[in-house]
Design a protein around this ligand. Structure first.
Ligand code: HEM
Length: 157
């Protein structure tokens, strides 16, 4: 075997190795982006983890995500409107609605989970809880995020 063929062999091996590394890096980055998109946009049921989604759908997950996004958007065409009288009917632990900054929240599931005690939430059932919420949690990220999950509509003006 001549020197020339050894050089050619070495160069071929290097191209394969470098090409492989670049390919691996690229696909890895792509799946990370998908992963982030999944976790940012949707709160998946805990039984289906983001990894499951990626594993099942592999590289087509972006398309699936886009479809899910479309479905999500079209599934909420209009916000529901409620009067204060309607909210006032949900004034118990069995059905607890409250108004905070003109948005209506069904807090029934949250009453017993509130880290500050169930009594604080019960006190807001059927009422406008804006003042109480703002006084305690105004501008705090966690309570604001928690509220978002329970929104059912807006207050009819
Ligand atoms: C109406 C909806 C409310 C929601 C969604 C809510 C949500 C939360 C959340 C997520 C936490 C945990 C905060 C953390 O870990 O950083 C928390 C803690 C707490 N909440 Fe509320 N809250 C509400 C109303 C209230 C009201 C009206 C009061 C008092 C009058 C109150 C008193 C407290 C207290 C004392 C804590 C414990 C620790 C702390 O000071 O952050 N909460 N709440």
């Amino acid at each position: 075997m001549g020197k020339k063929s050894i050089y050619i062999g070495l160069i071929t091996v290097m191209i394969i190795v470098v090409g492989g590394l670049v390919f691996f890096k690229f696909t890895n980055k792509k799946s990370q982006i998908n992963h982030n998109q999944v976790s940012n946009q949707f709160s998946l049921p805990s039984a289906i983890s983001n990894n499951d989604l990626l594993e099942t759908f592999g590289s087509t997950s972006t398309e699936i995500l886009n479809n899910q996004q479309l479905e999500q958007n079209s599934a909420q065409p209009q916000e529901k409107l409620y009067t204060l009288e309607e909210v006032a009917q949900h004034n118990s632990k069995e059905s607890c609605w409250t108004v905070i900054r003109d948005r209506v929240y069904d807090l029934t599931q949250w009453i017993d989970k509130h880290p500050g005690g169930s009594d604080k939430i019960s006190a807001l059932c059927g009422k406008d809880g804006t003042q109480a919420f703002e006084n305690k949690h105004g501008g705090e990220e966690k309570p604001e995020k928690t509220l978002e999950q329970f929104e059912i509509g807006k207050l009819k003006q």
